[in-house]
Design a protein around this ligand. Structure first.
Ligand code: PHE
Length: 341
């Protein structure tokens, strides 16, 4: 038995010293020192020994157990130190390395100008309303005094969905006027920005999708003076007190009288230059007094109530505001362009 113990000691010590992980070490501990381990197996044979031999072997067995235990502890210590070192090495951070920069987006120039415009109108008591981009021809045209057969309804200009031309992508934000007049209590003072669609080829001044800001005021005693005052207030706040505006007669089926509003070119002060294409003036919006037919179409008594409406080209006022010369830049969303605003 002495020999067995000695062999066990030699074999186990060498196994322990070459264990390369804490798991392996734990398995060795069970294998040698566990309840069903090899040392226990040897000690079970103590009964076969003589009275004299027993204490000697007992003593030896204790020594073997102590030697194994302390060798396992020492090895465990060594291994965990080694593992910690490995982890530290693997997770080493070079704090002097340049960091990954986070790119932060910016507000699109269209939104910057739209937010400003909304702010200005909210200050004048307007509320913001939304309307559908997929619209009935009824609202886009008919209720707006634009009967079937009117050139504005041409299939060349409008994206229709249904074969009977009853549903379309709205060509203007004006249908919101009819929707609001039909549903909201008087007086009305609303602003409605949104996308509109027309069959236009893309170039420096055209896009099949662009944005308008519709405005509508209906009350007793509303006049062209209210229209001028409101729009001049907007344009002064957007472009500065010195902006020069011009209300030029025009025609829209749903307003009478109608006008287009221009601002004098900042670049040449009205003389005509490249910026304003020699005109001296830049067209910003269409407007007018709501046509009595439109009021009546929407159930409002045109003898008692009057109103004005306007439709602003958001891209136009944005391009003016930031001196952007090509409409395509606004929709391409190249960050090198967008980051300039
Ligand atoms: N809807 C017109 C357009 O798209 C603009 C407009 C709006 C004109 C409201 C008058 C009143 O050109």
């Amino acid at each position: 038995m002495k020999k067995l113990l000695q062999e066990l000691k030699d074999a186990s010590l060498s196994a322990i010293s070459s264990a390369d992980s804490i798991d392996v070490l734990e398995n060795l501990r069970v294998k040698y020192l566990g309840k069903k381990g090899e040392l226990t197996a040897i000690l079970k044979q103590m009964g076969t020994l003589s009275e004299d031999e027993r204490p000697v072997i007992g003593q030896l067995a204790n020594e073997v157990r102590e030697a194994l235990t302390s060798s396992i502890d020492a090895r465990r210590e060594e291994l965990s130190k080694k593992m910690l070192e490995m982890r530290l090495r693997a997770e080493k951070i070079d704090v002097t390395m340049p960091g990954k920069s986070v790119t932060i987006g910016k507000k699109h120039p269209l939104n910057t100008v739209l937010d400003e415009a909304m702010e200005i109108f909210i200050g004048m008591g307007f509320t913001i309303v939304d309307g559908p981009e997929i619209e009935y021809a009824e609202y886009n045209f008919t209720k707006l005094n634009t009967a079937e057969g009117h050139p504005a309804r041409d299939r060349q200009d409008t994206f229709y969905f249904a074969d009977d031309d009853s549903i379309l992508l709205r060509t203007q934000t004006s249908p919101v006027q009819a929707r609001v007049m039909e549903t909201q209590p008087l007086p009305i003072r609303i602003l409605s920005p949104g996308r509109v669609y027309r069959k236009d080829e893309v170039d420096a001044t055209h896009s099949p999708m662009f944005h308008q800001i519709e405005g509508l005021v209906v009350d007793k005693g509303i006049t062209m003076g209210d229209l001028k005052g409101t729009l001049n207030t907007l344009l002064r706040k957007l472009y500065g007190e010195n902006v020069v505006t011009r209300f030029r007669p025009h025609h829209f089926p749903f307003t009478e009288p109608s006008c287009e509003v221009d601002i004098q070119c900042f670049e040449c002060g009205g003389k005509g230059c490249r910026m304003c294409k020699g005109e001296g003036w830049i067209e910003i919006l269409g407007a007018g007094m709501v046509h009595p037919n439109v009021l009546e179409n929407c159930g409002i008594d045109s003898k008692v109530y009057s109103g004005f409406a306007f439709g602003i080209g958001l891209e136009r006022i944005t391009m003016r505001r930031f001196d952007i010369s090509d409409l395509r830049l606004i929709f391409e969303n190249d960050v090198r362009f967008l980051n300039q605003f």
